[in-house]
Structures are given as structure tokens and as C-alpha cells.
Design a protein around this ligand. Structure first.
Ligand SMILES: *Cc1c(COP(=O)(O)O)cnc(C)c1O
Length: 386
């Protein structure tokens, strides 16, 4: 973890002198900003991406958060959204038009793919490849591919991609690259430094960190962010609330210390589970041999979300395991202080799982902060029942 990032999270980049030394930024809970003269308002409206006119556009509390996230991610500018999907939607609908093609690479968050399916109604088409070899990925590109969208590590399976290699391929073909960097957080992976054009996050997860906010962010070059602002953000209406921006700044205060603990505890549990006879496979970047080279090149740390595959992968057994856990709560989302468990196996979707290359016995664990000993014995007990 870069010590400079830790200081930014803790607020050492913030202009305290501009706010009477207030250690936390003010929550500017207003919908609009009145101007002294009508002509001032007109001028502000002409450049709404950098002037405060209306909170669906810019708001000082949100700007304070954007500034911090831009710096952490190493980008020129950031735009925050009312949800991670708001950010994904703005990137796709703000940068693409009918006739364009998107290539999705690696396992990608389900609703993102559903959104892509929805966009086909507007003439934006896509393909999806699980290939990792750059020259093999290149064979899926089309003459109208405008954007490559990927996750690394990917959803559910946590396989990584050669981020620099993929960015280079895209650049040589004049194609934009977008990564969903939610898993690693800006503390453990810097995709923009590896040549990616835009890095986005669901801030709902580790950045918020307390399961009390839904939010998203996109970081990258100013010109791309400006295009996203006018073509999508200002019109789509997924603006973040000032109070939520404040909560996310508060979340950032403890992000470094939380990530260290999530990392340590998840690693211990992943290694424990790898040796357990009830577990066939552990998908955690640090315990998968084929991930080692990527881990060294791309990640400076690991978060607390990983998957296991139960040796007995029948749906009834998955239910027994999940329901046998006491400390791991059963629910969607992740990145909070509470441990969570879920499986993509719904009992009636086996063919979909097979097609997506996801093992039927896969169970995803989000390791919270309850303490590794208690979590290990919880897992041990639940595994005894399966
Ligand atoms: C949760 C999530 C999203 C969507 O974010 P929301 O804040 O729920 O809209 C996108 N990508 C990943 C990897 C996520 O986990």
C-alpha cells in the first residue's frame, strides 16, 4: 500500500484552512446554487461540468469525494454516481452510439452484462470472451469495436488478465478500455498506470465499507469524463446525494486499515479451505498458481472476497452449507464489515452456469471483520454438515 494513498484516505489532501479547520468536509445539502446575477447563471450553465448550478450536476461534497478518488486512482478527473450501475451505464451510454460494438473480457458482474443486452435495443452490440491470451482476445475484435470492458480479477472466479497487454492491443486499434476495479480498490491496483482509459468502481463495496451507501465512480482523462458528464451523467439522473458522498469520504478514512485486515483474514481462510476435503477448489488470486505472475505484476494486495467450490456440488448441499454458517450472513453485495455468503447456483440455472464457465458448486465468501478464528470455526462447522 502506498503511504501517500493512506494519507489521502485520512484527509491530508483536504483544504482544512478553507473550512475553519473542520476535520470532516461539510455536507452541502442543497439542490441548487443561486447566482448573484442572471448573467453569472448563464455562464455557469454553459460549463456545468465545472460550475455549481444544480446538485444533479456538481455539488461541493461530491466534488471533495471525486477529488480524492481521482488522486487515489491516479486519474485526471473522477465523476461519482448514485450507484455502481449508474457509473457503468454512463460509460456505455455516454461514449457509444448505434452501430458500435463492445467486447467484454473475463467474467463480468451480471447486471453489467444485462445492461449490455438491453443496449442491443439501441443498436449497440457486444460479444463476451473468457480468453486470456491477448492474441486470442484480438480475434474477437470487430471493425466496429469501440470499447473493451473487463474485470481483473473477474467476478466469481477471480481470474486475472494481462492489463497492460490488453490496453496495448486496444490502443493499437483505437479502442477504449474500461476496467471495473471494484475488487482491488484503488489501494491495491492502479489500472490507469497500466494504460487503461477508464477505471470504475461500485463504491458501495469496500470504499463505503459499512453497507450503508450505494454509489459508483468513474476515473480517467478529463476529456472522456467531460463526454460522460454531458452525454450521460447530467441526463441519466444517477447523481449521488451529498450525504452519501460524505459517508463515502468517511468510509475512505478507514479504507487502508480495513483492507489490511480483510486481506490478512481472507488469505488465512483461503489457505485453510484449500486444504479442507469438503472443498474442491479455492478461487483466490493468491492461492491459484496460474495467477501468480499477474499478482506480482498488477496487484499490490488482495481484498477479502473469494470463492470456493464444494466437493459435493449438488444444490441441496450448497443450501446446507450456506444455511449451516452462523457468522457469515446470507446476502448480496460485499465489502462491508460483516461476512457474507452467496452462490450463483440457484438450483434451476445449471445450464447458464455451465455456459458461463462457473462451477456448479461455487460459493462466494466476503470476509468481514469478525475475527479470523471465529470465521474459521464457523466454516469448519458448516463444512462438517456437507
Ligand atoms: C456491486 C457491483 C457493481 C454494481 O454496483 P452497484 O453499486 O450495486 O450499482 C458493479 N461491479 C461490481 C464488480 C460489483 O460488485
Amino acid at each position: 500500500m502506498d503511504p501517500r494513498d493512506e494519507l489521502i484516505c485520512l484527509g491530508h489532501d483536504e483544504p482544512l484552512e478553507e473550512r475553519d479547520g473542520a476535520i470532516m468536509p461539510p455536507i452541502v445539502q442543497t439542490s441548487l446554487f443561486a447566482k448573484p446575477r442572471f448573467e453569472d447563471l448563464i455562464r455557469s450553465l454553459e460549463a456545468e461540468h465545472e460550475h455549481r448550478v444544480y446538485t444533479r450536476g456538481c455539488n461541493p461534497t461530491v466534488e471533495a469525494l471525486e477529488q480524492k478518488l481521482a488522486t487515489l486512482e491516479g486519474g485526471e478527473a473522477a465523476k461519482c454516481f448514485g450507484s455502481g450501475m449508474g457509473a457503468v451505464n454512463a460509460v456505455l451510454s455516454g461514449l457509444l452510439q448505434a452501430g458500435d460494438h463492445i467486447l467484454f473480457v473475463n467474467h463480468v458482474y451480471g447486471p453489467t452484462l444485462q445492461l449490455a443486452q438491453h443496449l442491443t435495443r439501441f443498436g449497440i452490440n457486444h460479444d463476451h470472451t473468457l480468453a486470456r491470451d491477448i492474441s486470442e482476445i484480438a480475434t474477437s475484435l470487430r471493425s466496429n469495436t469501440r470499447l473493451i470492458y473487463f474485470e481483473s480479477p473477474g467476478t466469481m472466479m477471480f481470474r486475472q488478465l494481462d492489463i497492460s497487454g490488453l490496453s496495448e492491443l486496444a490502443r493499437s486499434r483505437n479502442i477504449l478500455t474500461v476496467i471495473d476495479n471494484t475488487w482491488a480498490t484503488p489501494l491495491y491496483q492502479k489500472p490507469l498506470a497500466m494504460g487503461v482509459d477508464l477505471s470504475l468502481h461500485s463504491t458501495t463495496k469496500y470504499i463505503g465499507g459499512h453497507s450503508d451507501v450505494v454509489g459508483g465512480v468513474v476515473v480517467g482523462k478529463k476529456d472522456l469524463l467531460k463526454q460522460i458528464f454531458y452525454n450521460a451523467f447530467l441526463l441519466n439522473g444517477a447523481a449521488p446525494a451529498p450525504m452519501d458522498a460524505y459517508l463515502l469520504i468517511r468510509g475512505l478514512r478507514t479504507l487502508p486499515v480495513r483492507m489490511r485486515q480483510h486481506q490478512e483474514d481472507a488469505l488465512l481462510l483461503a489457505r485453510f479451505l484449500k486444504n479442507h476435503p469438503g472443498v474442491r477448489e479455492v478461487y483466490h488470486p493468491a492461492v491459484m498458481e496460474e495467477e501468480e505472475v499477474f499478482c506480482h505484476a498488477q496487484l499490490t494486495g488482495f481484498s477479502g472476497l473469494f470463492s470456493i467450490v464444494l466437493a459435493d456440488d449438488r444444490f441441496s448441499n450448497i443450501c446446507r452449507f450456506i444455511d449451516g454458517l452462523q457468522l457469515f450472513r446470507t446476502g448480496v453485495s460485499w465489502g462491508g464489515v460483516e461476512s457474507l455468503v452467496i452462490s450463483p447456483n440457484r438450483g434451476d440455472n445449471l445450464e447458464t452456469l455451465d455456459r458461463a464457465g462457473i462451477p456448479r458448486g461455487l460459493v462466494r465468501l466476503s470476509v468481514g471483520l469478525e475475527g479470523v478464528d471465529a470465521l474459521r470455526s464457523d466454516l469448519e462447522k458448516a463444512l462438517e454438515q456437507v
